[in-house]
Ligand binder design. Structure first.
Ligand code: EPZ
Length: 418
């Protein structure tokens, strides 16, 4: 199993290029199942979750041509509208194929995702919304089985709580349903907007993506198109924090500054300089020890839960006490005991972490528990005295493209060991 070995203490300097968004590419790949015509997706990040989604599409009967960052999907006929347990257990976002398979073939069978390191993560909201669109859904032997032999019909759906992949799943079902669907309390994340843009290029009629109310007029069929995936805001945010935590100076290229605005505000509050150098470039630099800043995770445009662990690592080395409140997932503090092994002073109280910054972290052997927790350990390792060895790096590989190469290119002493 791969590990990362980091020798901390080097300020990062230089330029980093941000790749395509994993969480936008996953629904975009699922959306390709909605048409029998070829769809070409560009800037698909070569990370492990994407490989899982590609295998899932192939399993259902689609053919894929993968070259560099491009994927050409042809979902001519889908003999096997199913997401089997072996794929779903490694990637919960597999439930994103439920809506498209149902809309396209009138049936779908998707393994129920179990719990994961960050919380229970049920898909009850996806299921009740698809039922509102007329699907008959049963659950047996660990699978959700959905049927709509006469096709889906538009409906008014109000999510009890905001769900990102739930909103995406239902949009993909509704674009081929008869009549109008209105989704209230929809997720406003950039990834939802990117999906709506792709579907619109495929001939769907969608209004309001990026707002809490999305209106969809169903059409009878969709066609092929080309689409470039948006930059990964979590990767961009992780490198912004890398610049801040190492008192470095990084240019983050190919990002969308607006997508990381909530992080920018908190970094500035902590004493980091963040400036826009052109429409797609951010420059992030810090000179001295930062001050504490509180964060509360929220749905977009609030502070992203996917950057909470990384910001917690930053606060572990800042001056003063920071309160980190996690409102999206119930168990997203698995990085805290590992950061404590590196000398961080963090107390957990329910959904809050009370982080008392220390002057110095010390390298240690630590274990990655989930994707973003792993990133926080890398960040802590970059600034810790001595060597940090991070085990179970496969979590990191699920969502970050060559992170150690990108970090090494801007001056980090980091390498992968077996
Ligand atoms: C998406 O997960 C992202 N994944 C996650 O990114 C991200 O952390 C999360 O949104 C929140 O921003 C993808 O886009 C592939 P939710 P998703 O449904 O859609 C509860 C990463 O590190 N809920 O918005 O699964 C749920 O338990 C990952 O890249 C229900 O109760 O998250 C959670 O508490 C991890 N019932 C809250 O809603 C449901 O049916 C928000 O979850 C669905 C969700």
């Amino acid at each position: 199993m791969d590990k990362l070995l980091i020798r901390g203490g080097r300020p990062l300097a230089g330029e980093v290029e941000i790749g395509g968004s994993k969480n936008a590419a996953l629904p975009a790949l699922a959306a390709c199942l909605l048409t029998d015509q070829p769809v070409r997706l560009k800037r698909i990040p070569p990370v492990r979750d994407i490989g899982t989604m590609e295998r899932l599409l192939a399993w259902t009967g689609a053919s894929l041509q993968i070259e560099g960052g491009e994927v050409l999907v042809r979902a001519g006929s889908l003999e096997n509208p199913e997401a089997p347990y072996d794929l779903v257990k490694t990637m919960r976002a597999s439930s994103l194929v439920l809506g498209p398979l149902l809309a396209r073939t009138g049936r779908a069978r998707v393994s129920m995702p179990g719990g994961c390191a960050i919380g229970a993560r049920p898909i009850n909201l996806h299921i009740s919304a698809l039922e509102a669109l007329g699907a008959r859904i049963t659950q047996s032997h660990g699978y959700v089985e959905a049927e709509a032999p006469q096709g889906l019909r538009g409906a008014e759906i109000r999510f009890d709580r905001i769900t990102v992949t739930g909103t995406e799943d239902v949009i993909m079902a509704a674009v081929l349903a008869a009549g109008e669907t209105v989704i209230e309390n929809a997720a406003r994340e950039p990834e939802v907007q990117d999906l709506a843009l792709l579907l619109t290029k495929m001939g769907a009629q969608i209004e309001g993506a990026g707002t809490p109310t999305i209106r969809i007029q169903g059409v009878s069929r969709l066609h092929g198109t080309e689409h470039v995936i948006i930059p990964d805001r979590v990767e961009a945010g992780t490198f912004m924090i890398a610049a801040a935590i190492t008192a470095g100076d990084l240019r983050i290229r190919d990002c969308v500054p607006e997508h990381v605005h909530a992080l920018t505000l908190r970094l500035r509050q902590a004493g980091t300089e963040v400036s826009e150098e052109g429409p797609c470039t951010l420059r992030v630099s810090a000179r001295e020890r930062l001050r504490s800043a509180d964060i509360t995770t929220e749905e977009y445009p609030g502070f992203a839960t996917d950057l909470q662990a990384q910001f917690t690592a930053l606060m572990a080395t800042a001056q003063g006490i920071a309160i980190v409140t996690e409102t999206i997932f119930e168990n997203r503090f698995m990085h805290v005991p590992e950061l404590a092994r590196m000398g961080a002073n963090i107390r957990l109280e329910g959904r809050q972490a009370i982080v008392a910054g220390v002057a110095e972290l010390a390298g240690a052997q630590v274990i990655a528990s989930d994707l973003r927790a792993s990133a926080s350990l890398v960040l802590a390792g970059l600034v810790a005295r001595g060597e940090t060895l991070i085990d179970r790096v496969y979590h990191l590989d699920r969502g970050y493209e060559r992170i150690e190469e990108k970090l090494a290119a801007v001056g980090a002493d980091i390498r992968r060991v077996q």
